[in-house]
Design a protein around this ligand. Structure first.
Ligand code: A3P
Ligand code: MG
Ligand code: MG
Length: 381
C-alpha cells in the first residue's frame, strides 16, 4: 500500500471548460466481436442486428416471466476488449497503440459528471507499456446492484409502480421489438411479426471497438452497439460512419399543451446520457421508444446524435456538450500526470463530492486489469 494522499481533480468551476471543444477525431472502428446466446465470445459479426420499426401499442411487459437476464457474476475486467485486440494484432502484425484503453461506459461516466450532481463512480487504472488501462470497480458496482434488487418496495412507492427489474426488462423488450437478425428487406414477414412473441434475452451482443482522440489523448474504446439501420460498409471504405443505431426507452412526455418545463428538463437531462454514450463510439442515430407509465410503447422518434447538443442548447441548456468534451480532455491529462508508474490506481467520484480522487492502491503490477492473455501476447510480439 502506498501512503500518499490521493490527488483531487475538482469538477467546478466549469467555466474553465467552456468555449470550443478540444479537437476530436471521429471514432473509427478498428475491431469488433460478439457474444452468443451463452454469452460466449465470438470473433465475428454474428451478434449484429438490424433496425426494423416496432409495432406501436406493443406491451413492453409481455414475456417478463421468461426474461433471460445476463448479469456478470464475475468481474470480466477488460478481457474481451483485449482479446479482440490480440486477435487483430495477430492478424495484422502490428500493435494497436493508444494512451488509454477502456470500455465506453467509463468515458460516458467521466464525460457526463459535470452535469450530473448525483454522479458517482469507482474505477481502477493501471499503466502498462505507455498505455493507461481503465476498468470499472466491479465489487462496488456489484454490491450496489445486489442492494438495489434485494431492497423491499419503499413505503412511499406506489405498489402498482413497476419494479426495477421490470423497468430493465422494458429496455430489452424494446430492443427485441425493434431488431431483426437480418436486413428487414431480407427478413420474412412472419419473422418480423413474431418479434412480439420472441423470448427476450441480453446474452447475445455485438461490440464495436473504435479508436478516437480527445485533444492530444488517443483512446481505444469498446462498447455494445444495438444494431444497424443499413448494411455495414466494407472496411475498404473507412471514411463513412457505420450506420449504428442506439435504442433507448423513456417515459412519454404529456401532449404539448400539458407539457411543463419540468417534463422537458427531465427529458433533456436524459439526452445527456444518450448523447455521450453514442457520441463516444460514433453511433450516428438514437431511436427513442416513448412508453406510458405502465410500459405500453406509444411512439418512436429518431434523433441524430450530432444534433442533440444544439437542440439542448436552444432548449433548457441544462448541459453543454463542449464542456463535457473539454472536461474529459482535462481529466485525461490529469490521469496522465498522476499515473506515471506501475501499480494500481483507484479513481473515485463520490455522490455530490464535486471532486474526482485518484489514489494508488497497489504498489506494483497491473492488478487484474490487463488480462494475462494480453500481457503474454505483447511480451512475445
Ligand atoms: P433503456 O436504455 O431503454 O432503459 P443500452 O440502452 O445501453 O443499450 O441498454 C439496454 C437496456 O439495458 C436499457 O434500456 C436498460 O433496460 C438496461 N440497462 C442498461 N444499463 C442499465 C443500468 N445501469 N441499470 C439498469 N438497467 C440498465
Ligand atoms: Mg445496448
Ligand atoms: Mg440501447
Amino acid at each position: 500500500m502506498s501512503s500518499s494522499q490521493p490527488s483531487r481533480f475538482p469538477i467546478q468551476p466549469l467555466q474553465r471548460f467552456q468555449g470550443a471543444s478540444a479537437s476530436i477525431k471521429r471514432p473509427r472502428e478498428i475491431a469488433h466481436f460478439s457474444y452468443d446466446e451463452n454469452h460466449e465470445y465470438k470473433d465475428d459479426e454474428s451478434g449484429i442486428n438490424y433496425y426494423c420499426p416496432p409495432q406501436i401499442g406493443a406491451d413492453l411487459k409481455e414475456g417478463f416471466e421468461t426474461f433471460r437476464h445476463y448479469e456478470d457474476q464475475e468481474d470480466a475486467h477488460l478481457d474481451s476488449l483485449l482479446r479482440a485486440l490480440v486477435e487483430k494484432e495477430r492478424r495484422e502484425g502490428w500493435r494497436c497503440n493508444a494512451d488509454f484503453v477502456t470500455w465506453r461506459g467509463m468515458m460516458t461516466k467521466i464525460m457526463t459528471a459535470p452535469f450530473d450532481m448525483f454522479a458517482e463512480f469507482s474505477m481502477f487504472a493501471t499503466l502498462h507499456d505507455g498505455t493507461i488501462y481503465i476498468e470499472e470497480d466491479f465489487p462496488s458496482r456489484h454490491a450496489e446492484r445486489a442492494a438495489q434488487s434485494s431492497r423491499p418496495t419503499p413505503s412511499h412507492q406506489n405498489p402498482n409502480q413497476p419494479s426495477q427489474k421490470m423497468m430493465t426488462y422494458w429496455g430489452y423488450k424494446f430492443e427485441a421489438l425493434s431488431l431483426t437478425p437480418t436486413l428487414p428487406s431480407e427478413t420474412p414477414r412472419e419473422v418480423i411479426e413474431a418479434r412480439t412473441q420472441n423470448p427476450v434475452s441480453n446474452y447475445a451482443q455485438h461490440c464495436s471497438i473504435i479508436s478516437t482522440s480527445f485533444g492530444p489523448h488517443t483512446l481505444i474504446l469498446g462498447g455494445e452497439v444495438d444494431g444497424l439501420s443499413s448494411p455495414k460498409p466494407p472496411p475498404s471504405v473507412p471514411d463513412v460512419p457505420i450506420p449504428w443505431i442506439e435504442l433507448k426507452t423513456t417515459e412519454e412526455l404529456p401532449p404539448r399543451p400539458h407539457q411543463s418545463s419540468r417534463d422537458i428538463l427531465k427529458f433533456e437531462r436524459k439526452l445527456l446520457k444518450f448523447w455521450a454514450q453514442s457520441f463516444l463510439l460514433g453511433v450516428p442515430k438514437i431511436i427513442v421508444g416513448f412508453r406510458s407509465k405502465q410500459g405500453i410503447l406509444r411512439g418512436v422518434q429518431e434523433f441524430e446524435t450530432g444534433k442533440i447538443p444544439g437542440m439542448v442548447r436552444r432548449g433548457t441548456a441544462c448541459w453543454d456538450g463542449n464542456v463535457c468534451i473539454n472536461f474529459a480532455t482535462g481529466f485525461l491529462a490529469h490521469l496522465k500526470e498522476i499515473i506515471r508508474e506501475e501499480g494500481v490506481y483507484k479513481i473515485t467520484l463520490r455522490k455530490k463530492a464535486g471532486v474526482i480522487e485518484v489514489g494508488k492502491v497497489r504498489a506494483d503490477g497491473t492488478g487484474e486489469i490487463v488480462s494475462r492473455e494480453f500481457l503474454e501476447w505483447r511480451e512475445q510480439m
